[in-house]
Design a binder for this molecule. Structure first.
Ligand SMILES: Cc1ncc(COP(=O)(O)O)c(C=O)c1O
Length: 464
C-alpha cells in the first residue's frame, strides 16, 4: 500500500518501492540498486540539494552541468508559472510566441559575431542533431550536396540521439546501437597530459598539431565531403580538456580554407560555466553555429537550441527554402520565460563576474589536492574542472579496467555521495573526477569540495 504525502504523491518506503519497480534511470546499472536505496533528491536550495532523509549535499556538478544559478530560485519558478497561466503551449511551427522571440533576440545580442538566428530545441542532443541536419541541408541548398561528414574529437560526448551519437567519440556507448549514421569522423582530442611524445613538452606545438590533425582528416576524407567540425570549447568527456593556445584560431582558419562549418558545442560551456556567456568568447573564436542547452534555463525547465550565423541562415531566407526539421516542444513558452528570468539573475547578480573573480581561487583550492599520490592532474577553466586519477604520478600510469571499475564504481562514486558531495567519477576516458558547481559558489564551497575530496581520495589510495 502506498503512503500518500501531503501533495498527494508517494513518500518514504512507498516512493523507494515505486522507484525500484517502475523507474528506469539513465546510463545506470539498475542492478546496482537491487539491494539498496535509489538515491532520492527531493529539494534544492542555493548550492545544496537534500535527499529524502534530509541529508544535505554540496551540488558540485550543478546536477548535470545545469544549475548555474543554483537551486530554489522562486523568481525563476514564478516566471514559469506565470507563463503557464498566460500561454502554456504553442508551437514554433509556423507561429511564434512572445517569450521565444524575446529570448531569441536576447541570445543573439549575447552571442559572438553574426550568430543572429536561434533555432530552439528541447535538449542538447536535439541541438547537436539539428546542427548536423542544418549543415547537411545548407550545403545541399548552396549546391554542394556531397558535404555530409562531421569531424569531432576522440572521447568527446555530443549526445545520445542517433545523429548526435554518430558525432560522439565514445566507442562503448555506440556499440550497442551500431550501425551508426554514416559520416562521423574522429580526430585527436586536446589531452595535453597524454600528448604524443613529439609534442609532449610544448603546449603550443601540441595545439598546432591537434588542429592540423583536423586539416589532415578533412584532406583524407575529401574536403568536398565534409560538412562540419563539432568541438566543445573545453572538452568535457575525458575530464575537462581546455584548448591549447592557438588551437581554435587555427581550426577556424582550416574550416575557412576548406569551406567547412565550425560548430561550437556549448551544451556545457555556455552560460557562465567559463566566465562568459559563450565559451567561444573566452577563447576568442567565431563559430558558424553554437549549440546550447542545460544552463540556458539553469534547469528550471528544459530547453536547448542552436545559434546560427547570418551566412548559414541566408539560403533559407528566400523563396520556398525551408529547414525541414522541428520538434513539438522546442522553445516551449514556459522554458523560454524561465530562460529570460534565468538571464535576469545572471545580470542582477553578475554571475559572470563572480566566476571570473573566483576561478583563480577555485583552481588554487582544487590544486592543493595535487599533493595526493592518486592525483595526476587538476585541469579546467572557469567553474569546470577535472581531476585525473593515476596509479603512478611519475609515470602517469593509469588504472586498468578492473581497477578503474573497483575504484570509481565500487568506491569513489558511493563514497563521495556518502560524504555529501555531488560530483562525477568518470572513466569514459582515463579515470577523472569532475566538478562544475553553481556559478554562485565562493571560497567556502571550494574549501568544502577540497576537504571532502581529500578525505575520500586518501581513503581510495589506501585501498588500492
Ligand atoms: C557537449 C554536449 N553536447 C550534447 C549533450 C547532450 O545534451 P542532452 O543530454 O541535453 O541531450 C551533452 C550532454 O551532456 C554535452 O555535454
Amino acid at each position: 500500500m502506498s503512503t500518500p504525502h501531503p501533495a498527494g504523491g508517494l513518500s518514504g518506503e512507498a516512493l523507494q518501492a515505486a522507484a525500484h519497480r517502475h523507474l528506469w534511470l539513465h546510463f545506470t546499472r539498475m542492478s546496482s540498486y537491487a539491494a539498496g536505496e535509489v538515491p532520492l533528491i527531493v529539494r534544492g536550495s542555493g548550492q545544496y540539494v537534500f535527499d529524502a532523509h534530509g541529508k544535505r549535499y554540496l551540488d558540485g556538478l550543478s546536477g548535470l552541468f545545469v544549475s548555474q544559478i543554483g537551486h530554489g530560485r522562486t523568481e525563476v519558478a514564478e516566471a514559469g508559472a506565470r507563463q503557464a497561466s498566460e500561454l502554456a503551449y504553442f508551437p514554433l511551427w509556423s507561429y511564434a510566441h512572445p517569450r521565444a522571440v524575446e529570448l531569441a533576440e536576447r541570445l543573439a545580442v549575447l552571442a559572438p559575431g553574426e550568430l543572429n538566428r536561434v533555432f530552439f530545441t528541447t535538449s542538447g542532443s536535439e541541438a547537436v542533431e539539428s546542427a548536423w541536419k542544418l549543415a547537411k541541408q545548407y550545403f545541399k541548398t548552396i549546391g554542394q550536396p556531397g558535404r555530409y561528414k562531421v569531424l569531432s574529437r576522440d572521447i568527446a560526448y555530443h549526445g545520445t540521439s542517433m545523429g548526435a551519437l554518430a558525432i560522439t567519440g565514445l566507442p562503448d556507448i555506440k556499440h550497442p546501437f551500431e550501425p551508426m549514421a554514416p559520416g562521423g569522423v574522429r580526430v585527436p582530442n586536446t589531452n595535453f597530459y597524454r600528448a604524443p611524445g613529439f609534442v609532449a613538452d610544448d603546449w603550443e606545438a601540441f595545439g598546432r598539431w591537434a588542429a592540423d590533425e583536423i586539416e589532415r582528416a578533412i584532406l583524407r576524407e575529401g574536403p568536398e565531403s565534409v560538412a562540419a567540425v563539432f568541438l566543445e570549447p573545453v572538452q568535457n568527456s575525458g575530464g575537462c580538456f581546455p584548448p591549447p593556445p592557438g588551437y581554435f584560431p587555427r581550426v577556424r582558419e582550416i574550416c575557412d580554407r576548406y569551406g567547412v562549418l565550425l560548430v561550437s558545442d556549448e551544451v556545457i560551456c555556455a552560460f557562465g560555466r567559463l566566465g562568459h556567456y559563450f565559451g567561444a568568447q573566452r577563447y576568442g573564436y567565431q563559430p558558424d553555429i553554437i549549440t546550447f542547452a542545460k544552463g540556458v534555463t539553469s534547469g528550471y525547465s528544459p530547453l536547448g537550441g542552436m545559434l546560427v550565423s547570418d551566412a548559414v541562415m541566408e539560403p533559407f531566407t528566400t523563396g520556398a527554402a525551408t529547414f525541414l526539421h522541428g520538434v513539438t516542444f522546442a522553445g516551449h513558452p514556459v522554458s523560454a520565460a524561465v530562460a529570460l528570468a534565468n538571464l535576469d539573475v545572471f545580470e542582477k547578480e553578475d554571475l559572470l563576474g563572480n566566476v571570473r573573480a573566483n576561478e583563480g581561487a577555485f583552481r588554487a583550492t582544487l590544486g592543493k589536492l595535487s599533493d595526493l599520490p592518486i592525483v595526476g592532474e587538476v585541469r579546467g577553466d572557469g567553474y569546470f574542472y577535472g581531476i585525473e586519477l593515476v596509479k603512478d604520478k611519475a609515470s602517469r600510469e593509469t588504472f586498468d579496467d578492473g581497477e578503474s571499475e573497483r575504484l570509481l564504481r565500487g568506491f569513489l562514486s558511493p563514497a563521495l555521495f556518502e560524504a555529501g558531495l555531488i560530483c562525477r567519477a568518470d572513466d569514459r576516458g582515463d579515470p577523472v573526477i569532475q566538478l562544475a558547481p553553481p556559478l554562485t559558489c565562493t571560497q567556502e564551497h571550494f574549501d568544502e569540495m577540497e576537504q571532502i575530496l581529500r578525505e575520500v581520495l586518501t581513503r581510495a589510495w589506501s585501498q588500492i
